[in-house]
Design a binder for this molecule. Sequence first.
Ligand code: UFG
Length: 337
Amino acid sequence: MQKGSVLVTGGAGYIGSHAVLALLDAGWPVVVVDNLVTGFAWAVDPRATLIQANIEDDAAVRAAMRAHDVCAVMHFAGSVVVPESVSDPLKYYRNNTVASRALIESAVACGVSHFIFSSTAATYGIPDQVPVSEDSPTRPINPYGMSKLMTEAMLKDVAAAHPMNFCALRYFNVAGADPLGRSGQSTAGATHLIKVAVEAATGKRDHVGIFGTDFATPDGTGVRDYIHVSDLAAAHVHALDLLIARPGDSHIMNAGYGRGYSVNDVLDAVDRVTNRTIDRRYQGRRAGDPDALVADNSAILATLPWRPQLDDLDTIVGHALAWERKLAEQAEPQRQS
Ligand code: UFG
């Protein structure tokens, strides 16, 4: 029996908007709290209620929790650009750690029972072993990873002290777009590989830089575990069901497919899907990139009934490309006007 509704912070953003779709499709009432700084009101499905507010705005958040009888929070809001976290660390400790503290306090004050948190593989830093499991040391190498790890720590302590359980999902490389074309990654100035590559495929960029060819990987380029955003969103709905079924248990789990692709593998997939050849330019390494980052996903597979449905690189790239084309079509009339 479902009780109450789910409050989704950052529901107007990339991953949050896909979680909103998954929750609505599963029959949950959804209220989104988003300040629309990086998100878009149009990205929120109209079946959800959108409240434009900061998550540290206790009055607005608590009013929403009470008015909508919120039983669970899914917390996606935050800052996500790793290099920016290095140049402006206090922004990350404010927007991710301090803002999360306020949100968690509101959740406790309003008797919210369940909390699902967007964590990251960046909490591991440079792992000793790949695939990396949840009990590996957490040694973030940037403030972004640390800001998320600090929120995990708060949730552990709060779950021990208050009647609330939590699930932190440590995302690997999230990519792709809703298979039905209802949402996708819309952020301007994106730096993530698949987004950059599909921008090149649609003519928004003239090439893709490959950051480093001397990594300890089969082809020398960085290896990552790319997970389709809709599979990731589905994992959140399963995590919510589990938190409700077992209120005494909390979880920290990797969210990835458990296999890696190199930068060249990804660009090969883009070439295959578009039937074109993207201009690849070999460049030096970016600071702080690990050679390979691949999830040991045995915990999530053993804990949730979640089974990936879209675990195919060409499918991920195809959906990202379809969304990019949609964005390009929407931008066209504006450019002409
Ligand atoms: N890359 C390129 N060219 C580009 C962009 C990326 O060669 O134009 C390479 C990177 O060097 C890396 C791989 O492609 O080897 C993936 O890079 P992304 O920027 O797409 O993603 P990251 O692995 O750097 O970042 C991801 C998440 C972060 C998270 C981090 C943890 O997006 O949120 O993993 O390490 F913090």
